[in-house]
Design a protein. Sequence first.
Length: 171
Amino acid sequence: LHYDIGPDKGRYACPVKMGWGDRCPMCEEVGLLSREDDEDSEQQAYDLKAKPTDLCYIVDRKDPDKGPQPWMMPRKKIAENLAEISIDERTGAIVPLTHPQKGRDILFSREGSRKRTDYGGLKLDVEATPLSDDPNEEGEWLNFIAENRLPDLLIHYDYDYLKRVFGGAAS
């Protein structure tokens, strides 16, 4: 995703990185900024560059009535650390995180918002936690997830629209 784009500071999937097109106005600007020979341009290029983000479904245990919710998991702050803690230290086995009955809850705290969001205390629940204690609810949630594939939730914007947003002419 490219972050903080346009007047609304929106997030946009990079059409090049996603394989939806061969041009991206933000990537073109990153290329131009990268040719400059100063720290400010380097920082602007870094800030503008598309960042990898992992998309997953989560169930907020404090508000389970919402059911499965899509979440853009920050790779550096959560996903990479999750890969490390999902290995059993004693056996070396991979802990099943996403299994409906044998999976484990991922516990963390969240403070702030947008670029200033801090995630702390990342750990796995000690015991396996079923997706839901109610088999009917679990079935509904699993059907919902199967019928609402995450890639289908992403919005494909064409080059011209992205260029207008990036230039401040659209939101």
